[in-house]
Design a protein around this ligand. Structure first.
Ligand code: SAM
Length: 642
């Protein structure tokens, strides 16, 4: 990790502030190293005459990493963005999932016969304590503000779950007087039979700009006047808004409520990403608040709607996401839209596995003898504990994927350890004689303040003179790295490469994924449950944000799917387990491989990948992505040529 970057925090004066227990004021953002994953370039790439000199050399970027690390990266590169749209998780109490489909058919029969869902892959978790969420978002808003150009605008998309609280945070970060609009995006949907409230079908978007000189390209977003209004103008002669000379043909500036259909009703846009937003929404925002050539940033990319629309409208884009499924979906969408861009990975730790939600889910399974706090009668503070072989016991606390282990938190931990000593400590007989039942606790952290070392904690405990229990610090990255072989067995593929005149024929003969094999086995062994609505990409409200009734912990299987599940067999070739195949065929002079977008192969909704490719070279890198999103990269130098 490089040197952390300071936040610029100007305390908000003379306005209401949101104050709650545990409120944190961050001081620095961690700056992590980045690596280049791919240079995606289209032949006949669009050329812009940029109307701005600022950030002249900026290349479009898609970054796999946390919003915070992405802001630190921008800051370290002196890049300022001209418009920000963010649609962060809404604190909706749902886990968003991608359905995984085996492409089992030949593409001619109906979809029912051709694809089989083998369960879900959690894309990201949206289950928060309100306080945690607000601390988390506040820190990110501050970081985003630091990378906005002087007259930039920011649009923050939320809904009834948390929007009212975030308005106060926005006032604090951007200034109450810099609020411009609260835009209400209204959409239709059937609601749930028997609900006892009005159907929640609107989202809220707060628009702020730190400058009075913000852009408002009204002529680009005007809409026609209603017929009767237009008639009134003529008869009144003067018009009521423009006065003498009012020109009704320009159209009117839209209201601050926009009725636009959700993506699930705009079939051509659907890319199967839960919470995908409609392009029309982004189109209006981008046209209103930016000019051609400017940089549009979205720090919660999801399916990549913002970057895609920005590219279509001849703007440049910067976008990032923590989830690998989001990165892949955005990448594929941008390639299809003929955008050129670099894909970077920030080594910030939270991208272990597919996304943070899955990392946390895995974490406790790695601890031998681990049991949840409910089973152990431990206090609320602890996550659970490990029953050790000799009968001793270690309480465990995970600080959180987005939280830092700070000096203040160490004080809290020591108080909790003292509580454990008072309430749970006893002497037990082991094969080594009499021992304390609880010799130590484990504190697992994703980030820590540099001064919070093991020595620091030992010293703080000693100084407290109130407990003999030790607190052992464990880095999440190290823990996961130590257990990497248990957690992750890479897929493997058998590839044949044959010369055919001046060309090379590359064929995937067999593919195997032990992760997917286990997933299919688990799926077959699931319990049966009655059919229930889930918050997935087919949800009726486009956001999956409001009225879902899914219980994210219930993973049993609807009865009608079970019979189908029992029949699932992976074929001899295993090709139905592959979602996409890509090739890098050009090696730049600076040693970077460039992808060849013309020979990409993506499985259709029904069809398998083609599996046979003709290349003009025998030097390439081949990426095979499975249907859960894991990728293997095969270097042609490892293949035996025929
Ligand atoms: C509501 S979705 C965005 C949907 C997007 N507007 C679209 O049209 O597809 C929120 C996204 O934020 C991502 N996310 C969650 N925490 C993040 C973080 N700390 N940094 C960056 N992205 C994050 C999730 O993986 C998810 O893809």
């Amino acid at each position: 990790m490089s040197k952390p970057i300071d936040y610029t925090i100007e305390p908000a004066k003379g306005q209401a502030l949101l104050n709650f227990q545990g409120r944190r004021l961050p001081d620095k953002i961690a700056l992590f190293e980045t690596s280049l994953v791919e240079e995606a370039r289209h032949e006949g790439q669009k050329k812009f005459k940029f109307e701005t000199e600022l950030n002249y050399d900026f290349k479009n970027l898609l970054i796999h990493g946390d919003c915070l690390s992405a802001c630190a990266f921008l800051k370290s590169q002196n890049i300022k963005v001209d418009l920000v749209y963010i649609d962060p998780p809404f604190a909706s109490g749902a886990n968003y999932a991608k359905k995984i489909f085996l492409r089992t058919g030949n593409g001619k029969e109906s979809m029912e016969n051709n694809t089989t869902a083998i369960g879900e892959e959690i894309m990201y978790g949206d289950i928060w304590q309100k306080e945690d969420y607000l601390n988390w978002l506040y820190e990110r808003l501050l970081a985003i503000k630091d990378v906005m150009s002087a007259d930039a605008s920011i649009y923050v998309h939320l809904d009834w779950h948390i929007g009212h609280y975030v308005k106060l945070l926005m006032d604090e970060v951007f200034g109450e007087s810099n609020f411009i609009n609260e835009i209400v995006w209204c959409y239709h949907g059937p609601g749930s039979p028997g609900q006892q409230n009005f159907t929640r079908k609107h989202d809220t978007i707060f628009w702020y700009s730190p400058s009075e000189e913000y852009k408002f390209n009204d002529d680009d977003i005007r809409i026609p006047y209603h017929e009767t209004t237009a008639a009134k103008f003529e008869s009144a002669g003067t018009g009521f808004a423009g006065g003498e000379g009012f020109d009704g043909s320009r159209g009117k500036i839209p209201e601050d409520w926009w009725v636009l259909p959700v993506t699930s009703r705009v079939r051509t846009e659907i890319v199967n990403y839960a919470t995908q937003k409609p392009e029309a929404l982004l189109e209006r925002i981008i046209k209103t608040s930016s000019d051609k050539g400017e940089i549009i940033a979205d720090f919660f990319s999801g399916s990549g709607t913002t970057a895609k629309v920005a590219s279509d409208l001849d703007r440049r884009f910067f976008t990032c996401d923590v989830g690998i499924n989001a990165i892949q979906t955005t990448r594929d969408r941008l390639v299809k839209a003929k955008a050129s861009f670099d894909v970077l990975k920030i080594n910030d730790g939270v991208r272990l596995f597919r996304n943070p939600a899955q990392t946390v889910a895995k974490l406790f399974s790695l601890l031998e003898g681990y049991k949840d706090k409910a089973e152990l009668g431990l206090g609320e503070f602890w996550d659970g504990g490990m029953i050790n072989k000799r009968g001793t016991f270690t309480p465990v606390k995970f600080v959180g994927i987005d939280k830092k282990l700070t000096v203040e938190l160490v004080d809290v931990i020591i108080e909790e350890v003292i509580g454990v000593e008072e309430n749970n400590q006893e002497e037990i007989k082991t094969d080594k004689g009499t021992e304390d039942k609880i010799p130590s606790v484990k504190i697992i952290y994703a980030y820590r303040q540099p001064e919070v070392t093991q020595e620091y904690v030992n010293k703080a405990i000693k100084q407290s003179k109130k407990t003999g229990i030790k607190a052992e610090l464990i880095s999440l990255d190290e823990l996961l790295a130590q257990k990497a072989d248990v957690l992750y067995t890479p897929d493997n593929a058998m590839i044949e490469i044959k010369q055919d005149g001046k060309q090379w024929k590359v064929e995937i003969k067999k593919f195997f994924s032990s992760y997917l094999k286990n997933k299919i086995d688990d799926f077959k062994n699931k319990k049966v449950k009655p059919k229930q609505k889930t918050l997935d990409e087919n949800g009726d409200n486009g956001n999956g944000n409001g009225n879902g009734e899914e219980n994210p912990n219930d993973n049993s299987l609807p009865a009608e799917d079970q019979a189908k599940a029992m029949k699932i067999q992976i074929s001899e070739s295993g090709l139905e387990l592959i979602e996409a195949v890509q090739f890098d065929t050009t090696l730049d002079k600076d040693g970077v491989w460039r992808s060849n977008l013309s020979i990409e192969d993506k499985a259709g909704v029904k069809e398998k990948i083609k599996a046979v490719y003709t290349l003009q070279t025998d030097k390439f890198k081949m990426k095979i992505r499975n249907i859960a999103g894991d990728e293997i990269i095969i270097d042609s130098s490892e293949l035996i040529k025929k």
